[in-house]
Design a protein around this ligand. Structure first.
Ligand code: SAH
Length: 397
């Protein structure tokens, strides 16, 4: 039997552990016996030496331990990772059997594998090893993934700044099998998209918005649509497919804007029904206001404005600003699809911000729907932080 270094927690942390929250913060640690390395498995106990769980130790992170198991009989072996990965993949069910699949197959903490993200794009897997635990077990994880998934290659996109909090350098590159080409073609619903897994955002595509892109397509027949923060055109193409008369897409990134055009061509969308602008949304919305431009449906899917608790107020001002401007630009009976992917902003606060924006815009409005992240981004009940994407469908009078 393997013996693991022992970490004793303070009494104040016992409740969180009993609730099986996967994180143990540095201020909850009373003492550590031995000198565990970054990512090494530790055995966590209470002050009375009662077993709490096994977790991955991260000496430089505020999140000192990420729990892997609360079962005293479990050993954190390659077989453990194989089992967790197998279970996660099995849960993706029919999403994986579609042609050229684009699916998150491992969603970190919520799939019992803290700090590990694995997305499948057609014949390739793209992984992010975001904390010390998965980093230390990378070889085992990659070999299990290669065995469990019939893919051509596995690519790493650990070039995320959250790695710095774990004392890990940013890195990317081929991990196993074939190196992916510059662009991978995937399918979402009946549409095809090109994904740049090497330089695109996150692992290349915003898979979490899959259901919401489809939803938007149901509201746009013969409408004039504005898609703000459009990235590579996900919502824009679904709007065109849904029969929109015209779709204007705005993104500040040159690479994203050029991808919208590629994706539109790939799906034979008529360029006469599209306008693509490389601009700052905050400025573009003001220009449309000054020009008296109006739209029937507006999508607002900004990047994360609050990446920490301290940024919530500033982020709230940003959300209010764009929502206020967008609400003013809507025609009568128009719809706003508005999102926040900031985990630090709860749904109730987001709704309050949008409600304040409507008041200031002088628009009477109702919520006609709530949106969230797609089902391949599940949220473990023990890890409410996993629920980050909130969206509202707002109808204005
Ligand atoms: N809705 C997209 C994902 C949006 S991600 C989808 O379904 O794929 C957020 C996007 O906002 C990124 O592409 C980023 O380049 C862009 N962005 C960030 N700040 C911006 C700004 N101030 N103005 C315009 N675009 C911005």
């Amino acid at each position: 039997m393997t013996s693991y270094p022992t970490l004793t927690i303070k009494q104040s942390a016992e409740k969180s552990v009993q609730r099986r929250h996967p994180w143990l913060f540095s201020n909850a640690v009373d003492r550590v016996k031995g000198a565990p390395r970054s990512g090494e498995t530790v055995r966590v106990v209470t002050g009375k030496n009662e077993f709490c769980g096994f977790g991955a130790y991260s000496p430089s992170s505020q999140i000192r331990v990420r729990f892997l198991s609360f079962d005293p009989a479990e050993m954190i072996t390659p077989e453990f990772f194989r089992k967790k990965l197998f279970q996660a993949i099995k849960k993706r069910g029919s999403l994986l059997s579609s042609p050229l699949p684009s699916v998150r197959i491992v969603n970190g903490e919520s799939d019992g594998l803290p700090g590990l993200i694995v997305d499948r794009y057609a014949d390739f897997l793209v992984c992010q090893f975001l904390s010390a635990g998965p980093e230390a077990n990378k070889t085992e994880i990659v070999s299990c993934l290669a065995e469990l998934c019939p893919v051509a290659g596995i690519y790493e996109r650990s070039d995320s700044d959250v790695r710095e909090k774990e004392g890990l350098p940013q890195t990317k590159g081929r991990l196993w099998g074939k190196e992916p080409g510059e662009l991978i073609q995937i399918q979402e619903g009946e549409l095809s998209f090109l994904v740049n897994v090497k330089t695109g955002h996150k692992t290349g595509f915003y898979l979490d918005q899959r259901d919401n892109r489809k939803r938007v397509s149901e509201y746009v027949k013969e409408k004039k649509v504005l898609n703000c923060f459009s990235y590579t055109g996900g919502f824009s193409l679904f709007a065109l497919q849904g029969g929109a008369d015209h779709v204007t897409s705005i993104d500040s990134s040159e690479e994203a804007v050029s991808m919208i055009e590629k994706n539109a061509a790939l799906n034979q969308m008529p360029s006469s029904r599209m306008t693509t602008l490389q601009e700052d949304v905050f400025l573009a919305l003001r220009k449309f206001r000054d020009w008296n431009e109006r739209f029937d449906v507006i999508v607002l899917d900004p990047p994360k404005f609050a990446s920490s608790g301290q940024m919530v107020q500033k982020a709230a001002r940003g959300y209010k600003d764009i929502n206020l401007l967008a609400l003013k630009l809507l025609n009568e009976d128009g719809y706003l699809f508005t999102f926040s992917c900031s985990g630090h902003i709860p749904r109730s606060l987001f709704q309050k911000i949008v409600s304040d924006a409507a008041l200031d815009a002088g628009r009477a409005a109702q919520i006609t729907g709530h949106m969230t992240q797609a089902e391949d981004h599940p949220v473990s009940l023990n890890f409410p932080e996993g629920l980050y994407l909130k969206g509202l469908i707002i109808r204005v009078e």
